[in-house]
Design a protein around this ligand. Structure first.
Ligand SMILES: [Zn+2]
Length: 89
């Protein structure tokens, strides 16, 4: 990953901007700043990617094992029957 270096005066606000929790003049200021600042733009993109990963992980954990495809379920059942889980890592 690149070395992300958002500006010191915007750093604490960027996560809130990504989460849509800013309003009014702070929101306006940050949007204006990010448009012109490559460092903050990169930081925002990284934060958005991280948010998407977290959301996907939360979704997967909500769905639980019911989300496994039938192929994977069959493989798991085979492994349980054999009593020898695949050790390959
Ligand atoms: Zn900046």
């Amino acid at each position: 990953m690149n070395n992300l270096k958002p500006c010191s005066h915007t750093k604490r606000w960027l996560p809130l901007l990504v989460k849509g929790r800013l309003h009014g003049i702070v929101l306006w200021y940050l949007r204006m700043h990010v448009k012109r600042c490559n460092n903050c733009t990169e930081a925002i993109e990284a934060l958005r990617a991280a948010e998407e990963c977290i959301a996907a992980a939360q979704q997967a954990s909500r769905n639980g094992p019911g989300e496994l495809s039938s192929d994977r379920m069959a493989t798991l059942e085979d492994l349980f029957r054999e009593g020898q889980p695949n050790d390959a890592q």
